[in-house]
Design a binder for this molecule. Structure first.
Ligand SMILES: N[C@@H](CCC(=O)N[C@@H](CS)C(=O)NCC(=O)O)C(=O)O
Length: 242
């Protein structure tokens, strides 16, 4: 796969929009943009990618999202942002293309509870625990992983969605993609093997074609986060396959 398009920055023009073409404004190393990209790939939705330099943004980006965050979806004048909302929207507008959200109201509610845990505990503890120094956050992260392990075990399926990954699996995944690189649980440590169910899920996700299509090597995530939000932020210089 070819590396994605160069990240557009201050002074760069907005690439012309074309009728009927879905566009995603993204950033190669953004975990939130990963969510939209995973859904696009898994559902086989044709789209174009416009990468945005999220440190020195193009002037026009504020018109796409007043919060100036990626991901953003745009098609025929309709704009949607916030990663979970973009992912849900893709399912809503392409309901027949590889459905990824359960139809059963109870299952949807259980998934929403895990998604709430993801936003309230998994993501904050992951960022807080980066590097493994803050022991309280490392414990929060472990507790969060244990919670996911136990929930998945109760479901009795390989993935939260069932026998294959779905919306919830993809919403959780970006933290896991970066777990080893973050060093939060120790150098090169991913999901603890003691959490057998979640460990098997993690390995299953690594084999998923959509995950593979956007995953970077650990060294790329490390290199990117070392320089992020500095004058030398590396958006295009790190070699990646997507
Ligand atoms: N809550 C947002 C978070 C998105 C986000 O933080 N994106 C980052 C890149 S990973 C961004 O665009 N940052 C630009 C900025 O902070 O100005 C979502 O879920 O979409």
């Amino acid at each position: 796969m070819a590396p994605g398009p160069k990240h557009l920055t201050t002074g760069d023009a907005l690439p012309p929009l074309q009728p009927g073409i879905l566009r995603v404004y993204s950033m190669k190393f953004c975990p939130f943009a990963d969510r939209a990209r995973l859904m696009l790939h898994a559902k086989g939705i044709e789209h174009e990618v416009v990468n945005v330099n999220t440190w020195k943004k193009p002037e026009w980006f504020v018109e796409k999202n007043p919060k100036q965050l990626v991901p953003v979806l745009e098609k025929d004048g309709k704009i949607v942002y916030e990663s979970i909302i973009t992912a849900q929207y893709l399912e809503d507008i392409y309901p027949d293309k590889n459905p990824l959200i359960p139809k059963d109201p109870y299952q949807r509610a259980r998934d929403a509870i895990i998604l709430d845990h993801c936003g309230g505990k998994l993501v904050p503890s992951f960022y807080g625990a980066k590097g493994g120094q803050n022991q309280e956050k490392v414990k929060d992260l472990r507790d969060s992983l244990q919670h996911l392990n136990d929930d998945l075990k109760k479901r009795g399926t390989a993935f939260f969605f069932g026998s294959k990954p779905g919306f919830l699996d993809y919403m959780l995944w970006p933290v896991f993609a970066r777990l080893r690189a973050s060093g939060s649980l120790g150098v090169g440590e991913g999901v603890p093997v003691s959490m057998e169910t979640l460990h098997a899920w993690y390995n299953g996700m690594l084999n998923d074609p959509s995950v593979k299509s956007i995953l970077h090597p650990d060294s790329a995530y490390q290199e990117f986060s070392k320089h992020y939000r500095t004058e030398n932020t590396l958006f295009d210089e790190i070699e990646t396959h997507n």
